[in-house]
Design a protein around this ligand. Structure first.
Ligand code: AR6
Length: 192
């Protein structure tokens, strides 16, 4: 099913979109981001869904790269996904991995830097840490979107970043955060 894009802004040369959808169903994106566990194993939520869709090769490839620490990212192939690449990020467990905000911001920054180094042009993120890891959605959305908008103007290869949210509440929270950060200019309006 096609994503419902609720809001978008342009930061530098990067189109940043907020959409409701499924991270395992992101045709046309070079990379999808996994809300991973340290061992890069299937688990639940996003990780479970991505591993199911990608097949066992994803965990096999991840074995050599694990473990990773909170705030870190690694990249593997997409295996049976429509996307050639998966960037695995370990978000902070809320109230356990500190400083949580810096660690969460680091996931988004490092994922985009990794994509840039690999010459990827489009990356789709889920809302890292907001499920099993318990990060409150409003706080996480503000950190995630602020970080992407800060990093975007430095990117030369990445041209499109999508936040893929599950459910209308997550979509609404991220839409509001994007519009607030972009100075109220949603709906494709340019950001100064
Ligand atoms: N597409 C988009 N968003 C999704 C999907 C999906 N298919 N499935 C869930 N979400 P989580 P975390 C949303 O728990 O908090 C795993 O067990 C979900 O509603 O996947 O970083 C791993 O193995 C939530 O808002 O990631 C780790 O141990 C958000 O994605 C641990 O959970 C993130 O939820 C990672 O926890």
């Amino acid at each position: 099913m096609a994503d419902r894009i609720a809001s978008s802004v342009t930061a530098g040369s990067v189109l940043v979109e907020v959409a409701e959808g499924d991270i395992t169903d992101q045709q046309g994106f070079d990379a999808v981001v996994n809300a991973a566990n340290a061992q890069l194993l299937p688990g639940g939520g996003v990780a479970g869904a991505l591993h199911r869709a990608a097949g066992p090769g994803l965990a096999e490839e991840g074995r050599a790269l694990a473990p990773i620490r909170p705030g870190e990212c690694v990249i593997t192939g997409g295996h049976r996904l429509a996307n050639p690449w998966v960037i695995h990020c370990l978000g902070p467990v809320y109230r356990m991995d500190e400083p949580a905000e810096q660690l969460l911001a680091s996931c988004y920054r490092k994922a985009l830097e990794l994509a840039e180094r690999r010459g990827l042009t489009s990356v789709a993120f889920p809302a890292i840490s907001t499920g099993v890891f318990g990060y409150p959605m409003e706080e996480a959305a503000a950190v995630a979107l602020r970080t992407v908008l800060e990093v975007a103007p430095r990117l030369e290869k990445v041209r499109r970043v999508r936040f893929v949210l599950m459910g209308s509440r997550a979509l609404q929270v991220h839409t509001r955060a994007l519009e607030r950060l972009a100075g109220g200019g949603g709906g494709g309006q340019g950001r100064p």
